[in-house]
Structure formats: C-alpha cells, structure tokens
Design a protein around this ligand. Structure first.
Ligand SMILES: Nc1nc2c(ncn2[C@@H]2O[C@H](COP(=O)(O)OP(=O)(O)OP(=O)(O)O)[C@@H](O)[C@H]2O)c(=O)[nH]1
Ligand SMILES: [Mg+2]
Length: 193
C-alpha cells in the first residue's frame, strides 16, 4: 500500500522526461534554433547565431517546457552525418524537422530526408513538427506552401504532424511550435515510461 502511494506521489510530482530530435539538411538552421530556444525556455543566452558553426556529431540542450524536462538532440545535417540519425530514433518522443523554406533548390533533397524519417519503423508513433524556417528571408515559402509541397495532408491520416513557420534568427514562431511538439510528445513519453 505504502509503495503504491509513494509511486503515485512520485508520479504526481516528477517531471516527464521528453526526448526531442532536431533533424534536417545541413544549413537549415537546427543549431540556431536550439541555441535560441535556450534563451526562450531557460532564459539564458545560447551561442549567438553568428558564432554557430556546422555541427559535427551533435549538440544537446536541456530545458523545462510545458512542465516537462525536455532533452533536445540537434544532429548534424551534412550527408555523412545523416547516417547516424537513426541511432537516436528508438529513444525519441518527438521530431522537429527544420527546413530552409527560402532554399527551394534543395526541397527535393529535404523531402527525401523527411520521407526517410517518416518511413522509419522506430518513429512509428512519434509526433513531427516541420518548421518552415528562415521566414525573415525574401522568397521563403509560407507554412501553407510548404505543407502542400511536402504533401502533409496525406501524412496527416496516420501521424500527428504540423507545419509551423518560423525564423530561428528572429525567434518568430519558435516558441509556439516547440510548445505544440512537447505537448504532443509528452503523451508518448508517458505511455512508454
Ligand atoms: N536568415 C536566416 N538565417 C538563418 C535562420 N536560421 C539559421 N540561419 C542561418 O543559417 C546558417 C546555418 O545555420 P545552422 O543553425 O548552423 O544550421 P544547421 O541546420 O545546424 O546546420 P548543420 O549543423 O550543418 O546541420 C547560419 O548562417 C544561420 O545564421 C533564419 O531563421 N533566418
Ligand atoms: Mg548544426
């Protein structure tokens, strides 16, 4: 009885740990997004955008979001780095896919990378946030245009997924997108706990 009660109290007061992967092509803005998130959710200044270099391996960020302890893994997006992405899939409760919405020339490459994530069996139930990043740049495709180009309507039938426009540089759209993803990922993290 006591252990039951103790377990219940622990459940009530312990924070759910949520694991979020940040994926996307090189130069999409993943690390910028991670570092800016530190400013938003931890109120500490992350690495300033102009000091960020291409990621070799990964960067990790830990912060409290929506009452959860969230661990974000920002993985390098260069081709040779993409081969390690799937090593992290089994532990993920949510995926943020960052797209450079102003770089239409790389959309086909981004779509292939995105499809390989959605098709992976280890990410079957995982909610996905597609960030249409770099909205501050002229020519950046809107949330609606990105959703159409990435055929999100088709994916929606069997997965929790949303497209959000944002600018990791100005932080516009960042907070609401990340909060949505964590809310969705929290359910999965609790189920697997
Ligand atoms: N204008 C603009 N530039 C951005 C934005 N987000 C990122 N950048 C720039 O895009 C470039 C790449 O940003 P990173 O955050 O290093 O990209 P990444 O996705 O982490 O790249 P890899 O580590 O190589 O996979 C940098 O010059 C950033 O300043 C944005 O919202 N707007
Ligand atoms: Mg990076």
């Amino acid at each position: 009885m006591f252990s039951l009660l103790a377990g219940f109290i622990k459940y009530l007061f312990s924070k759910t740990e949520v694991h979020v992967l940040i994926l996307g092509l090189d130069h999409a803005g993943k690390t910028t997004l991670l570092e800016q998130s530190k400013g938003i959710f931890r109120k500490v200044q992350g690495i300033p955008p102009e000091k960020i270099t291409p990621t070799v391996g990964l960067n990790v960020g830990k912060m409290d979001i929506e009452g959860c302890f969230v661990i974000l893994w920002d993985l390098g997006g260069q081709v040779r780095m993409r081969s390690i992405w799937d090593k992290y899939y089994a532990d993920a409760h949510g995926v943020v896919f960052v797209l450079d919405a102003a770089d239409v020339g790389r959309f086909e490459e981004a779509k292939l990378a995105f499809a390989s994530i959605l098709d992976h069996e280890d990410l079957g139930d995982v909610p996905v946030l597609l960030f249409a990043n770099k909205q501050d740049l002229p020519g950046a495709l809107s949330e609606e245009d990105v959703a159409e180009s990435f055929e999100i309507d088709r994916v929606l039938r069997h997965r929790v997924i949303q497209v959000h426009s944002c600018s990791a540089l100005t932080c516009e759209g960042l907070e609401s997108g990340v909060r949505w993803l964590v809310q969705e990922a929290k359910g999965l993290a609790r189920k697997l706990d």
